[in-house]
Unconditional design. Structure first.
Length: 381
């Protein structure tokens, strides 16, 4: 029998959030057994965890907050359902390598329990035919992209470009709290008990996540909420010269994919009207679907499981994934949004995702779309 040669991966090509999706990386949650609740984690999720930090300081003192195994099992069931739905939609699904165990990591300045590669949108962004690895905010995630490198090397060997932002040291002086202090919020609940060391002469660093961006062909919207992000925006402009980067002035503290979702050219899903003011002038004339209110019964009740912190926003289900300009994957537990989108002519693929607030990610967060059919169109002309 003649030997068959494995098919070469398609060229990396992903300029937007909505044209036909052909290939995607879907994250993994194996060994997601704890939240490591150090200062970097508390600041990143500050809006959602601050209300409970004051009441449970002693519970967080050891920094490892266990996640009940039942919830991890249910998360893995829901991820498997998402993988099946993507495959049924004709999308080729790639996966990161599996973490083989719980991993404790250490730098000269801090130590942490590593996070598995679940929210793969955060530490990378695909800009056309370029992989950009970003500069993590949370110390536990500093080596997360090592588990995506087998996938990235496939694309690199097929001709993709590959860039990496400078790796932050994430010392006690690296993170800018200005977004919160400008609003009069007391960040001591997050910073008290900091054990990380410092580096003489090193202050605020470049710190940034891919989910702070929304891609629109040749244009990229970039949420900038502090000096960490300002440095990253400058780096993007210096290193990716063929795209236009538009600064959104503190639309959120970090990620924006549970605030703004471009559904197709001229139509977007938006959390509420107040966010229109942050957008480029051309987008302010787009048609808008505002996220409908949802009932709290759509979210799990963890009160019988001990101390569990929902780290993600209750708007997490806006975080949908487009298969094409007319087809979207939406959490089946957000029927209000499904009804609205179907009323606007979308084909909705409902997929269950129970613990999105606990693990801080929706379907957009869990995926990194590497091959879409769109190009560098000028959607903001």
């Amino acid at each position: 029998m003649p030997q068959t040669t494995p098919a070469a991966p398609p060229p990396l090509n992903s300029y937007d959030e909505f044209t036909r999706l052909d290939e995607v990386v879907l994250g993994r949650a194996e060994h997601y057994t704890n939240h490591h609740t150090d200062t970097s984690w508390r600041l990143f999720f500050f809006d959602n965890v601050a209300p409970v930090l004051g009441r449970h300081t002693s519970s967080l003192g050891e920094q490892l907050l266990p996640i009940p195994s039942q919830l991890v099992d249910e998360l893995n069931e829901d991820i498997a359902g998402l993988a099946d739905a993507l495959t049924e939609c004709g999308v080729h699904v790639l996966r990161p390598a599996t973490p083989g165990k719980d991993v404790d990591i250490r730098s000269p300045h801090w130590d942490a329990r590593a996070t598995p590669p679940l929210n793969v949108r955060d530490q990378s962004i695909i800009l056309g035919n370029t992989i950009v690895e970003t500069a993590p905010h949370v110390r536990a995630r500093i080596f997360e992209n090592d588990l995506l490198k087998p996938v990235f090397y496939q694309y690199y060997e097929a001709g993709a470009n590959w860039l990496t932002m400078p790796r932050p040291a994430l010392t006690r002086d690296s993170l800018d709290t200005g977004f919160f202090t400008r609003q009069g919020q007391n960040v001591a609940r997050a910073t008290d008990g900091e054990t990380a060391g410092s580096i003489e002469g090193l202050g605020l660093e470049m710190v940034f996540d891919g989910a702070q961006c929304m891609r629109l062909g040749r244009d990229v919207l970039v949420n900038v909420a502090n000096h960490n992000h300002e440095l990253a925006l400058r780096w993007l402009r210096d290193n990716v010269r063929d795209l236009r980067f538009h600064r959104l002035d503190a639309m959120a503290d970090n990620h924006i994919d549970s605030v703004l979702v471009p559904l197709r050219p001229g139509l977007m899903l938006l959390r509420s009207p107040e966010y229109l003011t942050y957008l480029p002038e051309t987008m302010k004339s787009w048609d808008v679907i505002y996220a409908p209110e949802t009932d709290d019964s759509n979210f799990p009740d963890y009160s019988d499981l001990g101390f569990v912190i929902p780290i993600g926003s209750r708007y997490m289900d806006i975080n949908l994934l487009s298969i094409d300009e007319n087809t979207v994957i939406v959490n089946s537990l957000y029927p209000e949004l499904i009804d609205v989108l179907e009323g606007r002519g979308f084909t909705v693929v409902p997929v269950r995702h129970r613990h999105r607030r606990l693990f801080g990610g929706g379907f957009h967060c869990f995926t990194l779309d590497t091959v879409r059919r769109g190009g560098p169109e000028d959607y903001l002309a």
